[in-house]
Structures are given as C-alpha cells and as structure tokens.
Design a protein around this ligand. Structure first.
Ligand SMILES: [Zn+2]
Length: 292
C-alpha cells in the first residue's frame, strides 16, 4: 500500500496545532500546561479529556483514548489515516504528492463517482424545493420557520416522485453502478428503478471535507417511516462515521456551523448561532431520537 513519506507527514503534523484542531470539536479550557474538556468519545459530566500543546497529544483519563492530531481526526471523523493527512495538509496549504493507488483502484474510482452522484443529487433536491410543483414542501419549511438562508446553507431540498432522480441521473450520464451504489435509487425484482427518497424533505450529510456522503429524508405528513437515511456504501459507514451534519455550503474546514439538530423541527435553532461540537450518531435510531 502506498503512503506518504514520514517527512511530509511530520510537516503536516507540525503545521496543525492539536489544540486548534481539537477546539473545533471540544470546548477546551486551560489548566496549567494542558487543556481539558469533555471527552467526545465517551459520555461524561466532568472533563477528563486532556490535550497537551507541548507534546501535541491528547489523552482521555476516562476511556483511555489518546494519540496525536491524526489519531484524533481519524476517530472523530471516521476517516482513514491518509484522509486525515490529506485534510490537514489542505488546511495548512501543504501540497501532497499524488499517491498511486494499488489494488483499490476500482474501489477508489467508484468512490469518486458516488461522491459525484451525491453532489449532483444534493443540488437537484435543493433546486427541486423551489419548483412550483413542490408547494407542499415550501409550505412545510415555511411552517417550520426555516429561512431561505438556512435552506441555502444546509442545502435542504425536496425529493421528487417515483423515479425522477434516477431519470435525471441517467440523463446526466451517470451509470447504473454508481447510481445503485449511492443508495439513492433501488432496483426492484421486476427490474424497475425507484428513487429511495420520494416526497421527502432532504438533508445532505457531509464529511469533514465537505463531500456529500449520505442523505436523510423526512416525510411531510404522518406517513411512516418518518425518517429514512442512506444505506451504507463505499463512501458512507454508519458504524464507523461520527456524524456531523455540516453546512454543505463550501465554507472550509473551519466552519463551525455543524449542527446536530438541523434534521427536522429543531433546525431553526441552528440559526441562533447554535454551535455544536461533533456528534456521535452511531445509528439511525440515535439520530431519529435527536430530532423527533
Ligand atoms: Zn473518553
């Protein structure tokens, strides 16, 4: 497996102060030489999570988790080591050499295509919200007092009927493989393609790099299920990811607009500078509970 040289990894590490990075997720307070806060990896009421600026490491006395800035990012974002290096290099404007992918080439290609499908779908749903035939969704967001600013910054959308998204994706030249892998469209026993999300208010879920990795869809009436979410696929893993719904507007890594309560009726609270740290949403159930 290809990897970056130790020198460049070290350069990336040194140009990303661990206190700066962790502060984006955890409210840290200085105490002596170190900083303390509530551990984002286990539930606690008094801070046992410490960060050492001198040693550039973190350690939790409660659950034992610890490591450097890369360790922190891989754990909190559910990304690989290489992705953590890339994310931090981008943040500090370090140009990384291109890695030649090995046996995973096909998987990487599929991944990049699924990201494109997701990105396209997020824009499609968002535009759809403003169409005349989406009156029901427009009325819903109005009733929920979601401003156009909120709708824009979270790129909230509305999914169409039966196979509208599928047809649109095909028209755009996407292939069946990436369309089905995205989980946005299902193929039934009769060989018909059906959009997974129909007549739902749509919330794109992004990773730390701002890439759309999944969607949540909420019904506008009393039908069940109230929420559905993307299935796991090459770009999205429920168990592994620590979810944050991120403002999908490209605001860069420093964006502090992550908001766990965007999803549903509590979204309006995000407008009031609702700043939240990263949220552990390991299952749909947890997430649904947060927003019901
Ligand atoms: Zn802990």
């Amino acid at each position: 497996m290809q990897r970056y040289s130790d020198e460049i990894i070290e350069e990336v590490r040194q140009t990303n102060d661990i206190v700066d990075i962790i502060s984006q997720y955890v409210h840290l307070k200085r105490s002596g030489r170190n900083f303390f806060g509530l551990c984002p990896f286990h539930n606690e009421k008094s801070p046992s999570f410490s960060v050492s600026p001198d040693r550039q490491i973190f350690h939790c006395f409660g659950c034992g988790v610890g490591g450097n800035v890369f360790t922190f990012l891989t754990k909190i974002e559910g990304i690989s080591f290489i992705e953590a290096v890339q994310t931090l290099a981008e943040r500090s404007n370090i140009q990384l050499p291109t890695l030649n992918s090995s046996g995973d080439e096909a998987k990487e290609l599929l991944k990049s295509k699924v990201y494109k499908v997701n990105e396209y779908a997020a824009n499609y749903y968002h535009k759809n919200l403003y169409k005349p035939e989406s009156k029901i969704a427009q009325e819903y967001v109005k009733k929920r007092k979601l401003t156009s600013e909120t709708l824009e910054s979270f790129k909230i959308g509305f999914s169409g009927k039966f196979d509208e998204l599928y047809k649109e994706l095909k028209n755009q030249g996407f292939e069946e493989k990436e369309i089905l892998e995205s989980g946005l469209v299902n193929k039934n026993d009769k060989g018909q393609y059906i959009d997974r999300y129909r007549n739902r208010l749509m919330f794109p879920i992004c990773d730390v790099r701002g890439k759309v990795i999944a969607f949540g869809g909420r019904v506008l009436d009393d039908s069940k299920p109230k929420y559905i979410n993307s299935p796991e696929n090459v770009v999205y893993s429920k168990g592994r990811h620590l979810f944050r719904i991120k403002c999908c507007q490209k605001r860069g890594y420093q964006a502090n607009t992550y908001c766990r309560r965007i999803y549903g009726c509590n979204i309006s609270s995000s407008k009031r500078n609702y700043k939240c740290s990263s949220t552990t949403w390991n299952s749909i159930n947890t997430r649904t509970r947060l927003v019901t």
